[in-house]
Design a protein around this ligand. Structure first.
Ligand code: FES
Ligand SMILES: [Fe+2]
Length: 414
């Protein structure tokens, strides 16, 4: 179990906290590029800071503090202009650096005061990559947004799925290095919900964890599996600092504040070699519901919804002083130690793990993959990860999966 002090360090993400300072050294995905194309303003809460994300008519993105410097109106109800964001209350206009560049009445009444030159909002850089908009809240100069190799894949469907989960992000990230839960939370429980049809899931016999340049590998041997299986020789990736990468998809656990996180899923489904992509548009974004409208209970039918139930069930802020870590938690212990070490690295003013600053090497960064590209970790006729796929996306998903011409009925365990 962790001490109260250690637990506090893991969960607090506000400015000036050790974890908050560490997480501010990394770009965080906060929205889909397509979202801002459809609606150019979005309120965003990130690491306890209330912000507004916008795209002006020149195509420039900005991320500013939410409240206008004049009399604090909410800028997420502002007006995007040719250049910048205008407050809807008295028309003050800001650019993406947060600088106030127009104050209509003041500019007329007292041009000699140049008042606007002294008004600047907190502003953070935004970058578009892989269909996502990324924000960086740390000190300058900002590092580069990691160019993970899957971001360059073009022969398939990309789904960006957002879910606001009412618990601390670190609970989500601890799940990124927890192989044994898959057997119980997903396979065993799902089988139970199906009325125990199908064989019992194979049990975990051995798990292994190793640190590498971009995070940790977690590896497993299940009943009936030999040590030359890719799930043991390669395993899956707990991506530093706040993501899981299973081969064809990423899941980021983005801290909204101490008590809430944004789950951002990036799912890729390739078309089989020799097939055309079935449609014009390739990248879709949607929000996944958390609760069942009929019962008011958490949705439990999809893989990540099951994960959310486990994380939220630990409490908004899990009390790690009351837990009993066991053999299956070796990876979690390893990861917590790394976070403690990296918080100190940042406190010393150094760059933490996974900081990319050289554009020449930040290109198609390879990540290990235990299965052939295009063959998903879980094969099901429906999109298995999150509830609520919109019908138009589901139609394309099914067409893409059908290009593999495989029977989409036999679940493959991971
Ligand atoms: S409150 Fe924004 S311009 Fe007055
Ligand atoms: Fe899971």
């Amino acid at each position: 179990m962790a001490s109260h002090e250690a637990n506090e360090k893991f969960v607090r993400v506000g400015p000036g906290t050790p974890m908050g300072e560490l997480m501010r050294r990394y770009w965080q995905p906060i929205a889909a590029v397509g979202e801002l194309d459809a609606q150019p303003l979005k309120p965003v809460r990130l690491m306890g800071e209330d912000l507004v994300l916008y795209k002006d008519h020149s195509g420039t993105y900005g991320l500013l503090e939410l409240h206008c410097a004049h009399r604090r109106a909410d800028l997420s109800y502002g007006i995007v202009e040719a250049h910048g964001l205008r407050c809807n209350y008295h028309g003050w206009l800001y650019d993406e650096s947060g600088q106030c560049i127009a104050q209509p009445f003041e500019d007329l009444a007292h041009p000699e005061l140049h008042f606007k030159e002294r008004i600047k909002l907190q502003a953070y850089p935004v970058e578009a990559k892989s269909g996502l908009l990324w924000a960086y809240l740390g000190p300058s100069p900002a590092p580069l947004v990691p160019d993970w190799e899957p971001f360059s894949w073009e022969d398939g469907l990309v789904q960006l799925v957002f879910t606001e989960v009412p618990c601390n992000w670190f609970q989500g990230q601890e799940n990124s290095i927890d192989p044994v839960h898959f057997e119980w939370l997903h396979t065993y429980w799902s089988r139970e919900m199906r009325g125990r049809d199908g064989p019992e899931p194979p049990t975990h016999l051995k798990v292994g964890f190793d640190e590498f340049e971009y995070g940790f590998h977690y590896r497993r041997i299940l009943e009936g599996m030999t040590e030359d299986n890719p799930l043991w020789t390669i395993g899956r990736t707990c991506l530093w600092p706040n993501a899981l990468m299973t081969g064809d998809h990423f899941e980021w656990r983005v801290p909204i504040d101490d008590d809430h996180m944004l789950s951002v899923g990036w799912f890729f489904d390739a078309v089989a070699p020799g097939h055309e992509f079935p449609g014009e548009k390739r990248i879709f974004h949607w929000r996944s519901p958390l609760t069942d409208a009929g019962t008011g209970r958490w949705i439990q039918s999809h893989v990540m919804n099951q994960d959310f139930i486990a994380w939220v069930g630990q409490g908004q802020l899990a009390d790690r002083t009351k837990e009993h870590l066991a053999a299956s938690d070796a990876g979690i212990i390893m990861m917590r130690r790394k976070f403690e070490e990296q918080m100190e690295v940042v406190a010393r003013g150094e760059d933490p793990k996974c900081t990319f600053r050289d554009p020449a090497t930040n290109q198609r960064l390879p990540l290990p993959r235990a299965q052939q590209r295009g063959v998903p970790a879980i094969v099901e006729p429906r999109f298995p990860f999150l509830a609520g796929i919109p019908p138009e996306v589901e139609e394309i998903y099914r067409k893409v999966r059908a290009t593999w011409n495989e029977p989409m009925v036999e679940p493959t365990r991971v």
